[in-house]
Design a protein around this ligand. Sequence first.
Ligand SMILES: Cc1cc2nc3c(=O)[nH]c(=O)nc-3n(C[C@H](O)[C@H](O)[C@H](O)COP(=O)(O)OP(=O)(O)OC[C@H]3O[C@@H](n4cnc5c(N)ncnc54)[C@H](O)[C@@H]3O)c2cc1C
Length: 460
Amino acid sequence: MGTDSPPDLTVLGGGPAGLATGLYGRRAGLDVRLLEANDEVGGNARTLQLGPFRYDTGAHRFHDKNDEITADVFDLVGDDLRRVDAPSQICWRDRRIDFPLAPFDLLRKLPLSLLARIAREQFAIPRVSDNADHFEEMALDSYGETLANLFLLNYTEKLWGADADTLSPSVAGDRLEGLDLKTFFLEAFGGRTDKARHLDGSFYYPRHGYGQIAEATADALGREHIRTGARITALHHAGDRLTHVTINDDDTVPAQRIVSTLPLTLLIRLLTPAPPEAIQEIARSMRFRHLRLAVLGLDTPRLTPNASLYFPSRDIPFTRLYEPTNRSPDMAPDGQTVVVLELPCHRDEEAWTQSSDAHRASARTLLHDQDLLDADIVAFEENTVPFAYPILEVGAAEKAERLRDYLDRFKNLHLLGRSAHFRYTHVHNLYARAKSLTHRLADTDFPSEQPLVPERDLIS
Ligand SMILES: Cc1cc2nc3c(=O)[nH]c(=O)nc-3n(C[C@H](O)[C@H](O)[C@H](O)COP(=O)(O)OP(=O)(O)OC[C@H]3O[C@@H](n4cnc5c(N)ncnc54)[C@H](O)[C@@H]3O)c2cc1C
Protein backbone atom coordinates (compact mmCIF):
# COMPACT_ATOMS: atom_id res chain seq x y z
CA MET A 1 0.00 0.00 0.00
CA GLY A 2 1.12 3.55 -0.77
CA THR A 3 2.55 5.60 2.07
CA ASP A 4 2.58 9.07 0.43
CA SER A 5 1.13 11.67 2.70
CA PRO A 6 -2.61 11.83 2.00
CA PRO A 7 -4.52 15.05 1.23
CA ASP A 8 -6.79 16.52 3.90
CA LEU A 9 -9.81 15.38 1.98
CA THR A 10 -10.35 12.54 -0.49
CA VAL A 11 -13.62 12.87 -2.40
CA LEU A 12 -15.08 9.76 -4.01
CA GLY A 13 -17.12 10.51 -7.14
CA GLY A 14 -17.16 13.52 -9.45
CA GLY A 15 -20.88 14.20 -9.87
CA PRO A 16 -22.39 17.47 -8.56
CA ALA A 17 -22.01 16.39 -4.92
CA GLY A 18 -18.34 15.43 -5.27
CA LEU A 19 -17.41 18.46 -7.36
CA ALA A 20 -19.14 20.85 -4.97
CA THR A 21 -17.37 19.19 -2.03
CA GLY A 22 -14.05 19.55 -3.83
CA LEU A 23 -14.64 23.19 -4.75
CA TYR A 24 -15.91 24.37 -1.37
CA GLY A 25 -13.26 22.25 0.35
CA ARG A 26 -10.51 23.99 -1.60
CA ARG A 27 -12.07 27.39 -0.95
CA ALA A 28 -12.12 26.55 2.77
CA GLY A 29 -8.38 25.87 2.57
CA LEU A 30 -8.35 22.07 2.43
CA ASP A 31 -6.01 20.05 0.27
CA VAL A 32 -8.39 18.00 -1.90
CA ARG A 33 -8.09 14.95 -4.17
CA LEU A 34 -11.20 13.90 -6.11
CA LEU A 35 -11.41 10.42 -7.64
CA GLU A 36 -13.90 9.78 -10.45
CA ALA A 37 -14.40 6.49 -12.31
CA ASN A 38 -15.47 7.99 -15.63
CA ASP A 39 -13.31 9.90 -18.07
CA GLU A 40 -15.47 12.96 -17.51
CA VAL A 41 -16.88 14.66 -14.45
CA GLY A 42 -20.55 15.52 -13.92
CA GLY A 43 -22.01 12.12 -12.98
CA ASN A 44 -25.71 11.97 -13.73
CA ALA A 45 -25.86 15.69 -14.45
CA ARG A 46 -23.69 15.77 -17.58
CA THR A 47 -24.22 17.20 -21.05
CA LEU A 48 -23.35 14.93 -23.97
CA GLN A 49 -22.72 15.58 -27.65
CA LEU A 50 -24.34 13.87 -30.65
CA GLY A 51 -22.75 15.43 -33.75
CA PRO A 52 -23.91 19.07 -33.68
CA PHE A 53 -26.56 18.33 -31.00
CA ARG A 54 -26.20 18.53 -27.25
CA TYR A 55 -28.36 16.89 -24.60
CA ASP A 56 -28.27 16.11 -20.87
CA THR A 57 -28.33 12.81 -19.03
CA GLY A 58 -32.05 13.24 -18.35
CA ALA A 59 -34.23 16.34 -18.10
CA HIS A 60 -32.44 18.69 -15.70
CA ARG A 61 -33.14 22.19 -14.47
CA PHE A 62 -31.48 24.38 -11.86
CA HIS A 63 -33.90 25.48 -9.14
CA ASP A 64 -33.20 28.85 -7.52
CA LYS A 65 -34.37 27.80 -4.08
CA ASN A 66 -31.28 28.80 -2.15
CA ASP A 67 -30.13 32.39 -2.82
CA GLU A 68 -26.57 31.78 -1.66
CA ILE A 69 -26.12 28.74 -3.89
CA THR A 70 -27.82 30.42 -6.86
CA ALA A 71 -25.32 33.29 -6.46
CA ASP A 72 -22.42 30.81 -6.28
CA VAL A 73 -23.60 29.04 -9.43
CA PHE A 74 -23.96 32.41 -11.20
CA ASP A 75 -20.36 33.17 -10.23
CA LEU A 76 -19.31 29.87 -11.77
CA VAL A 77 -21.35 29.89 -14.98
CA GLY A 78 -21.73 33.65 -15.50
CA ASP A 79 -24.21 35.10 -17.98
CA ASP A 80 -24.57 31.70 -19.61
CA LEU A 81 -26.96 30.79 -16.76
CA ARG A 82 -30.33 32.00 -17.99
CA ARG A 83 -33.86 31.98 -16.75
CA VAL A 84 -36.06 29.68 -18.84
CA ASP A 85 -39.83 29.71 -19.04
CA ALA A 86 -41.04 26.54 -20.69
CA PRO A 87 -44.14 24.77 -19.42
CA SER A 88 -44.41 21.03 -19.01
CA GLN A 89 -47.40 18.96 -20.07
CA ILE A 90 -48.87 15.50 -19.66
CA CYS A 91 -49.92 13.52 -22.74
CA TRP A 92 -53.38 12.20 -22.05
CA ARG A 93 -55.11 10.48 -24.96
CA ASP A 94 -54.75 13.00 -27.80
CA ARG A 95 -54.60 15.98 -25.43
CA ARG A 96 -51.85 17.88 -23.69
CA ILE A 97 -52.69 18.68 -20.08
CA ASP A 98 -50.64 21.34 -18.27
CA PHE A 99 -48.40 20.11 -15.48
CA PRO A 100 -48.75 21.02 -12.68
CA LEU A 101 -52.45 20.46 -13.17
CA ALA A 102 -54.37 23.73 -13.40
CA PRO A 103 -58.13 24.05 -12.93
CA PHE A 104 -58.88 26.18 -16.01
CA ASP A 105 -56.77 23.96 -18.20
CA LEU A 106 -58.50 20.83 -16.90
CA LEU A 107 -61.87 22.47 -17.42
CA ARG A 108 -61.02 23.01 -21.06
CA LYS A 109 -59.47 19.62 -21.73
CA LEU A 110 -61.22 16.94 -19.67
CA PRO A 111 -64.74 15.68 -20.45
CA LEU A 112 -67.38 17.11 -18.12
CA SER A 113 -68.34 13.72 -16.73
CA LEU A 114 -64.73 13.12 -15.65
CA LEU A 115 -64.46 16.59 -14.17
CA ALA A 116 -67.60 16.06 -12.16
CA ARG A 117 -66.21 12.82 -10.78
CA ILE A 118 -62.87 14.43 -9.90
CA ALA A 119 -64.62 17.35 -8.18
CA ARG A 120 -66.89 15.02 -6.21
CA GLU A 121 -63.92 12.96 -5.09
CA GLN A 122 -61.86 16.02 -4.15
CA PHE A 123 -64.49 17.11 -1.68
CA ALA A 124 -65.33 13.64 -0.41
CA ILE A 125 -61.88 12.28 0.34
CA PRO A 126 -60.51 12.27 3.88
CA ARG A 127 -57.19 14.14 4.15
CA VAL A 128 -55.16 11.42 5.81
CA SER A 129 -52.25 11.35 3.37
CA ASP A 130 -49.64 12.10 6.06
CA ASN A 131 -50.30 8.70 7.60
CA ALA A 132 -50.35 6.64 4.41
CA ASP A 133 -48.39 3.41 4.50
CA HIS A 134 -47.57 3.41 0.81
CA PHE A 135 -47.77 5.56 -2.31
CA GLU A 136 -51.01 4.07 -3.62
CA GLU A 137 -52.83 4.87 -0.38
CA MET A 138 -51.40 8.38 -0.32
CA ALA A 139 -52.40 9.04 -3.95
CA LEU A 140 -55.94 7.73 -3.52
CA ASP A 141 -56.48 9.47 -0.20
CA SER A 142 -55.06 12.79 -1.34
CA TYR A 143 -56.28 13.14 -4.89
CA GLY A 144 -59.22 10.74 -5.26
CA GLU A 145 -59.44 7.63 -7.40
CA THR A 146 -59.94 9.34 -10.75
CA LEU A 147 -57.03 11.80 -10.63
CA ALA A 148 -54.76 9.21 -9.00
CA ASN A 149 -55.52 6.63 -11.71
CA LEU A 150 -55.32 9.09 -14.57
CA PHE A 151 -52.01 10.72 -13.77
CA LEU A 152 -50.25 9.30 -10.72
CA LEU A 153 -50.37 5.55 -10.17
CA ASN A 154 -49.62 4.48 -13.73
CA TYR A 155 -46.77 6.98 -14.11
CA THR A 156 -45.27 6.08 -10.74
CA GLU A 157 -45.33 2.33 -11.39
CA LYS A 158 -43.66 2.82 -14.76
CA LEU A 159 -40.99 5.13 -13.39
CA TRP A 160 -40.01 2.91 -10.46
CA GLY A 161 -40.88 -0.48 -11.94
CA ALA A 162 -42.77 -1.50 -8.80
CA ASP A 163 -46.37 -1.72 -7.67
CA ALA A 164 -47.56 1.53 -6.08
CA ASP A 165 -48.53 -0.31 -2.89
CA THR A 166 -44.89 -1.38 -2.41
CA LEU A 167 -43.52 2.16 -2.78
CA SER A 168 -43.06 4.67 0.00
CA PRO A 169 -45.28 7.80 -0.15
CA SER A 170 -42.02 9.76 -0.39
CA VAL A 171 -41.31 8.56 -3.97
CA ALA A 172 -43.27 11.58 -5.13
CA GLY A 173 -40.59 13.90 -3.73
CA ASP A 174 -41.82 17.41 -4.42
CA ARG A 175 -43.40 16.44 -7.74
CA LEU A 176 -46.88 16.60 -6.28
CA GLU A 177 -46.49 19.92 -4.52
CA GLY A 178 -48.49 21.66 -7.20
CA LEU A 179 -51.14 18.99 -7.19
CA ASP A 180 -53.38 19.70 -4.28
CA LEU A 181 -56.69 21.35 -3.74
CA LYS A 182 -55.22 24.44 -2.12
CA THR A 183 -53.00 25.13 -5.12
CA PHE A 184 -55.98 24.57 -7.42
CA PHE A 185 -58.00 27.22 -5.64
CA LEU A 186 -55.14 29.69 -5.32
CA GLU A 187 -54.64 29.50 -9.04
CA ALA A 188 -58.33 29.58 -9.81
CA PHE A 189 -58.65 32.83 -7.89
CA GLY A 190 -55.64 34.42 -9.51
CA GLY A 191 -52.91 33.66 -6.97
CA ARG A 192 -49.75 31.70 -7.49
CA THR A 193 -48.01 29.61 -4.89
CA ASP A 194 -44.29 29.53 -4.31
CA LYS A 195 -44.54 25.81 -3.80
CA ALA A 196 -45.70 25.19 -7.34
CA ARG A 197 -43.53 27.84 -8.97
CA HIS A 198 -40.50 25.70 -9.70
CA LEU A 199 -42.68 23.02 -11.22
CA ASP A 200 -44.50 25.27 -13.59
CA GLY A 201 -41.74 25.88 -16.04
CA SER A 202 -39.62 28.70 -14.63
CA PHE A 203 -36.07 27.69 -13.82
CA TYR A 204 -32.41 28.36 -14.64
CA TYR A 205 -30.50 26.55 -17.32
CA PRO A 206 -26.98 27.08 -18.70
CA ARG A 207 -26.59 28.03 -22.34
CA HIS A 208 -24.48 24.96 -23.26
CA GLY A 209 -26.41 22.41 -21.24
CA TYR A 210 -26.83 21.45 -17.61
CA GLY A 211 -23.38 19.85 -17.52
CA GLN A 212 -21.91 23.35 -17.81
CA ILE A 213 -22.49 23.70 -14.05
CA ALA A 214 -20.37 20.61 -13.34
CA GLU A 215 -17.68 21.65 -15.83
CA ALA A 216 -17.47 25.18 -14.38
CA THR A 217 -17.27 23.71 -10.88
CA ALA A 218 -14.44 21.40 -11.96
CA ASP A 219 -12.55 24.34 -13.52
CA ALA A 220 -12.92 26.40 -10.35
CA LEU A 221 -11.88 23.45 -8.19
CA GLY A 222 -8.80 22.98 -10.38
CA ARG A 223 -8.51 20.03 -12.75
CA GLU A 224 -5.15 19.11 -11.24
CA HIS A 225 -7.01 18.06 -8.09
CA ILE A 226 -9.27 15.69 -10.03
CA ARG A 227 -8.26 12.23 -11.17
CA THR A 228 -10.64 10.80 -13.77
CA GLY A 229 -10.55 7.16 -14.90
CA ALA A 230 -10.08 6.34 -11.21
CA ARG A 231 -12.61 3.72 -10.23
CA ILE A 232 -12.62 2.94 -6.51
CA THR A 233 -12.43 -0.83 -6.17
CA ALA A 234 -11.82 -1.19 -2.42
CA LEU A 235 -12.04 0.90 0.73
CA HIS A 236 -9.81 -0.43 3.48
CA HIS A 237 -10.55 0.10 7.12
CA ALA A 238 -8.95 -0.60 10.48
CA GLY A 239 -10.50 0.17 13.84
CA ASP A 240 -12.77 3.19 13.54
CA ARG A 241 -11.18 4.67 10.41
CA LEU A 242 -11.01 4.18 6.69
CA THR A 243 -7.31 4.03 5.97
CA HIS A 244 -6.71 3.44 2.25
CA VAL A 245 -8.49 3.60 -1.09
CA THR A 246 -7.76 1.18 -3.93
CA ILE A 247 -8.12 2.64 -7.41
CA ASN A 248 -8.66 0.43 -10.50
CA ASP A 249 -7.69 -2.68 -8.53
CA ASP A 250 -4.00 -1.79 -8.47
CA ASP A 251 -3.19 1.54 -6.89
CA THR A 252 -3.79 1.76 -3.14
CA VAL A 253 -3.39 5.19 -1.59
CA PRO A 254 -3.78 6.40 2.00
CA ALA A 255 -6.63 8.71 2.97
CA GLN A 256 -7.37 11.07 5.86
CA ARG A 257 -10.94 12.32 5.71
CA ILE A 258 -13.16 10.83 3.03
CA VAL A 259 -16.37 12.22 1.58
CA SER A 260 -18.13 9.49 -0.36
CA THR A 261 -20.73 10.38 -2.98
CA LEU A 262 -20.83 6.79 -4.31
CA PRO A 263 -24.11 4.88 -4.12
CA LEU A 264 -24.61 3.77 -0.51
CA THR A 265 -24.96 0.12 -1.48
CA LEU A 266 -21.74 0.21 -3.54
CA LEU A 267 -19.87 1.77 -0.64
CA ILE A 268 -20.89 -1.17 1.55
CA ARG A 269 -19.68 -3.61 -1.13
CA LEU A 270 -16.30 -1.88 -1.38
CA LEU A 271 -15.48 -2.11 2.32
CA THR A 272 -12.46 -4.31 3.01
CA PRO A 273 -12.74 -6.35 5.18
CA ALA A 274 -16.39 -6.90 4.28
CA PRO A 275 -19.10 -5.85 6.76
CA PRO A 276 -21.20 -8.46 8.60
CA GLU A 277 -23.44 -10.58 6.36
CA ALA A 278 -26.60 -8.89 7.71
CA ILE A 279 -25.35 -5.50 6.51
CA GLN A 280 -24.37 -6.88 3.11
CA GLU A 281 -27.79 -8.49 2.82
CA ILE A 282 -29.54 -5.16 3.45
CA ALA A 283 -27.37 -3.49 0.81
CA ARG A 284 -28.18 -6.24 -1.71
CA SER A 285 -31.90 -5.76 -1.15
CA MET A 286 -31.87 -2.02 -1.98
CA ARG A 287 -32.40 -1.18 -5.62
CA PHE A 288 -31.82 1.67 -8.03
CA ARG A 289 -33.77 2.38 -11.20
CA HIS A 290 -31.70 3.02 -14.32
CA LEU A 291 -32.61 5.03 -17.41
CA ARG A 292 -32.04 4.25 -21.05
CA LEU A 293 -32.15 7.32 -23.27
CA ALA A 294 -33.16 7.53 -26.93
CA VAL A 295 -31.71 10.69 -28.46
CA LEU A 296 -32.96 11.95 -31.82
CA GLY A 297 -31.57 14.86 -33.83
CA LEU A 298 -34.32 16.21 -36.08
CA ASP A 299 -34.46 18.37 -39.15
CA THR A 300 -37.11 20.74 -37.85
CA PRO A 301 -36.86 23.86 -35.67
CA ARG A 302 -39.05 22.52 -32.81
CA LEU A 303 -41.13 19.46 -31.96
CA THR A 304 -42.86 20.77 -28.82
CA PRO A 305 -43.05 24.03 -26.84
CA ASN A 306 -42.39 22.12 -23.60
CA ALA A 307 -39.63 21.70 -21.07
CA SER A 308 -40.90 18.13 -20.56
CA LEU A 309 -43.76 16.01 -21.87
CA TYR A 310 -44.90 13.21 -19.55
CA PHE A 311 -46.45 9.92 -20.66
CA PRO A 312 -48.44 8.34 -17.82
CA SER A 313 -50.12 5.71 -20.03
CA ARG A 314 -49.07 2.14 -19.30
CA ASP A 315 -49.15 1.42 -23.05
CA ILE A 316 -46.17 3.70 -23.63
CA PRO A 317 -42.86 2.39 -22.28
CA PHE A 318 -41.23 5.84 -22.09
CA THR A 319 -42.01 8.16 -19.17
CA ARG A 320 -40.82 11.51 -20.45
CA LEU A 321 -39.68 13.42 -23.51
CA TYR A 322 -37.64 16.56 -23.22
CA GLU A 323 -36.39 18.89 -25.88
CA PRO A 324 -33.08 20.51 -24.91
CA THR A 325 -33.60 23.35 -27.43
CA ASN A 326 -36.55 24.56 -25.33
CA ARG A 327 -34.07 25.07 -22.49
CA SER A 328 -31.35 26.65 -24.62
CA PRO A 329 -31.47 27.20 -28.40
CA ASP A 330 -27.70 26.57 -28.49
CA MET A 331 -28.32 22.84 -27.97
CA ALA A 332 -28.87 22.34 -31.74
CA PRO A 333 -27.91 24.08 -34.99
CA ASP A 334 -30.31 26.70 -36.37
CA GLY A 335 -33.38 25.11 -37.91
CA GLN A 336 -32.86 21.79 -36.15
CA THR A 337 -33.79 20.33 -32.80
CA VAL A 338 -32.98 17.39 -30.54
CA VAL A 339 -35.31 15.33 -28.33
CA VAL A 340 -34.53 12.82 -25.60
CA LEU A 341 -36.87 10.04 -24.48
CA GLU A 342 -36.39 8.50 -21.03
CA LEU A 343 -37.02 4.78 -20.59
CA PRO A 344 -36.79 3.58 -16.96
CA CYS A 345 -35.43 0.03 -16.59
CA HIS A 346 -34.22 -2.69 -14.31
CA ARG A 347 -31.21 -4.46 -15.74
CA ASP A 348 -33.11 -7.74 -16.14
CA GLU A 349 -35.98 -6.16 -18.10
CA GLU A 350 -36.43 -6.22 -21.85
CA ALA A 351 -36.38 -2.43 -21.87
CA TRP A 352 -32.71 -2.61 -20.78
CA THR A 353 -31.66 -5.65 -22.84
CA GLN A 354 -33.47 -4.91 -26.12
CA SER A 355 -31.29 -4.09 -29.13
CA SER A 356 -30.49 -0.54 -30.08
CA ASP A 357 -32.58 -0.96 -33.25
CA ALA A 358 -35.62 -2.04 -31.24
CA HIS A 359 -35.12 0.90 -28.89
CA ARG A 360 -34.92 3.32 -31.80
CA ALA A 361 -38.01 1.79 -33.42
CA SER A 362 -39.98 2.14 -30.21
CA ALA A 363 -38.94 5.81 -29.88
CA ARG A 364 -39.99 6.45 -33.46
CA THR A 365 -43.33 4.75 -32.94
CA LEU A 366 -44.05 6.90 -29.90
CA LEU A 367 -43.31 10.12 -31.80
CA HIS A 368 -45.52 8.99 -34.71
CA ASP A 369 -48.37 7.94 -32.43
CA GLN A 370 -48.24 11.29 -30.66
CA ASP A 371 -48.32 13.14 -34.01
CA LEU A 372 -44.96 14.66 -33.22
CA LEU A 373 -42.76 13.30 -35.98
CA ASP A 374 -43.02 14.92 -39.38
CA ALA A 375 -39.32 15.60 -39.84
CA ASP A 376 -36.29 13.53 -40.84
CA ILE A 377 -34.27 11.93 -38.07
CA VAL A 378 -30.77 13.13 -38.94
CA ALA A 379 -28.98 11.65 -35.93
CA PHE A 380 -29.71 8.96 -33.35
CA GLU A 381 -27.91 7.51 -30.41
CA GLU A 382 -28.79 5.88 -27.15
CA ASN A 383 -27.25 6.28 -23.76
CA THR A 384 -27.74 5.10 -20.21
CA VAL A 385 -28.09 6.83 -16.86
CA PRO A 386 -27.16 4.22 -14.24
CA PHE A 387 -28.30 4.69 -10.63
CA ALA A 388 -30.77 7.34 -11.82
CA TYR A 389 -33.33 6.89 -9.02
CA PRO A 390 -32.96 5.19 -5.63
CA ILE A 391 -36.14 3.10 -5.44
CA LEU A 392 -37.88 4.21 -2.27
CA GLU A 393 -39.77 1.03 -1.52
CA VAL A 394 -41.67 0.77 1.73
CA GLY A 395 -38.96 0.16 4.34
CA ALA A 396 -36.08 1.48 2.18
CA ALA A 397 -35.55 4.54 4.40
CA GLU A 398 -35.14 2.29 7.43
CA LYS A 399 -32.70 0.08 5.52
CA ALA A 400 -30.65 3.11 4.50
CA GLU A 401 -30.67 4.20 8.12
CA ARG A 402 -29.32 0.79 9.19
CA LEU A 403 -26.49 1.07 6.70
CA ARG A 404 -25.65 4.59 7.84
CA ASP A 405 -25.74 3.41 11.46
CA TYR A 406 -23.18 0.78 10.54
CA LEU A 407 -21.03 3.36 8.72
CA ASP A 408 -21.09 5.69 11.72
CA ARG A 409 -18.24 3.65 13.17
CA PHE A 410 -15.85 5.20 10.63
CA LYS A 411 -15.09 8.55 12.18
CA ASN A 412 -13.34 9.96 9.10
CA LEU A 413 -16.12 9.09 6.62
CA HIS A 414 -18.86 11.49 5.49
CA LEU A 415 -21.63 10.76 3.02
CA LEU A 416 -22.98 13.32 0.60
CA GLY A 417 -25.04 12.92 -2.54
CA ARG A 418 -28.25 11.55 -3.87
CA SER A 419 -27.30 7.88 -4.18
CA ALA A 420 -24.96 8.17 -1.22
CA HIS A 421 -27.90 9.00 1.04
CA PHE A 422 -30.44 6.97 -0.90
CA ARG A 423 -32.77 9.96 -0.90
CA TYR A 424 -34.13 12.36 -3.47
CA THR A 425 -32.35 15.64 -3.51
CA HIS A 426 -31.40 18.36 -5.97
CA VAL A 427 -28.22 20.00 -7.12
CA HIS A 428 -28.76 23.20 -5.13
CA ASN A 429 -29.19 21.08 -1.97
CA LEU A 430 -26.02 19.14 -2.74
CA TYR A 431 -24.04 22.37 -3.16
CA ALA A 432 -25.45 23.74 0.09
CA ARG A 433 -24.57 20.53 1.98
CA ALA A 434 -21.10 20.46 0.47
CA LYS A 435 -20.51 24.05 1.54
CA SER A 436 -21.57 23.53 5.14
CA LEU A 437 -19.75 20.20 5.50
CA THR A 438 -16.44 21.48 4.14
CA HIS A 439 -16.63 24.62 6.29
CA ARG A 440 -16.97 22.42 9.34
CA LEU A 441 -14.16 20.11 8.20
CA ALA A 442 -11.84 23.07 7.66
CA ASP A 443 -12.70 24.57 11.02
CA THR A 444 -9.77 23.83 13.31
CA ASP A 445 -12.17 23.75 16.26
CA PHE A 446 -14.10 20.97 14.57
CA PRO A 447 -13.15 17.74 16.36
CA SER A 448 -11.14 15.57 13.98
CA GLU A 449 -13.13 12.54 15.01
CA GLN A 450 -16.54 14.13 14.44
CA PRO A 451 -18.90 11.36 13.29
CA LEU A 452 -20.98 11.65 10.14
CA VAL A 453 -24.30 11.63 11.96
CA PRO A 454 -24.91 15.42 11.80
CA GLU A 455 -24.90 15.29 8.00
CA ARG A 456 -28.03 13.17 7.97
CA ASP A 457 -30.43 15.87 8.92
CA LEU A 458 -29.16 18.21 6.30
CA ILE A 459 -30.62 16.49 3.26
CA SER A 460 -33.95 17.94 2.23
C1 LIG B 1 -33.08 11.95 -14.89
C2 LIG B 1 -32.71 12.83 -13.74
C3 LIG B 1 -33.16 14.16 -13.72
C4 LIG B 1 -32.81 14.98 -12.65
N1 LIG B 1 -33.21 16.27 -12.69
C5 LIG B 1 -32.77 17.13 -11.75
C6 LIG B 1 -33.07 18.52 -11.86
O1 LIG B 1 -33.78 18.93 -12.78
N2 LIG B 1 -32.57 19.35 -10.93
C7 LIG B 1 -31.80 18.91 -9.89
O2 LIG B 1 -31.35 19.72 -9.08
N3 LIG B 1 -31.52 17.59 -9.75
C8 LIG B 1 -31.98 16.70 -10.66
N4 LIG B 1 -31.68 15.36 -10.54
C9 LIG B 1 -31.12 14.84 -9.27
C10 LIG B 1 -29.63 15.03 -8.96
O3 LIG B 1 -29.29 16.37 -8.97
C11 LIG B 1 -28.71 14.26 -9.87
O4 LIG B 1 -29.02 12.90 -9.78
C12 LIG B 1 -27.21 14.46 -9.54
O5 LIG B 1 -26.45 13.91 -10.59
C13 LIG B 1 -26.80 13.80 -8.22
O6 LIG B 1 -25.43 14.09 -7.97
P1 LIG B 1 -24.46 13.15 -7.11
O7 LIG B 1 -23.11 13.76 -7.18
O8 LIG B 1 -25.09 12.90 -5.81
O9 LIG B 1 -24.47 11.74 -7.87
P2 LIG B 1 -24.02 11.34 -9.33
O10 LIG B 1 -24.31 12.42 -10.29
O11 LIG B 1 -24.62 10.00 -9.58
O12 LIG B 1 -22.43 11.21 -9.22
C14 LIG B 1 -21.80 10.10 -8.64
C15 LIG B 1 -20.43 9.98 -9.29
O13 LIG B 1 -19.73 8.89 -8.69
C16 LIG B 1 -19.02 8.21 -9.71
N5 LIG B 1 -18.73 6.84 -9.28
C17 LIG B 1 -19.60 5.80 -9.14
N6 LIG B 1 -18.94 4.70 -8.75
C18 LIG B 1 -17.65 5.05 -8.62
C19 LIG B 1 -16.46 4.35 -8.23
N7 LIG B 1 -16.48 3.04 -7.88
N8 LIG B 1 -15.29 5.03 -8.21
C20 LIG B 1 -15.23 6.35 -8.54
N9 LIG B 1 -16.32 7.06 -8.92
C21 LIG B 1 -17.50 6.42 -8.97
C22 LIG B 1 -19.98 8.26 -10.89
O14 LIG B 1 -19.29 8.00 -12.12
C23 LIG B 1 -20.52 9.67 -10.77
O15 LIG B 1 -19.74 10.59 -11.50
C24 LIG B 1 -32.02 14.49 -11.57
C25 LIG B 1 -31.59 13.17 -11.62
C26 LIG B 1 -31.92 12.35 -12.67
C27 LIG B 1 -31.41 10.95 -12.69
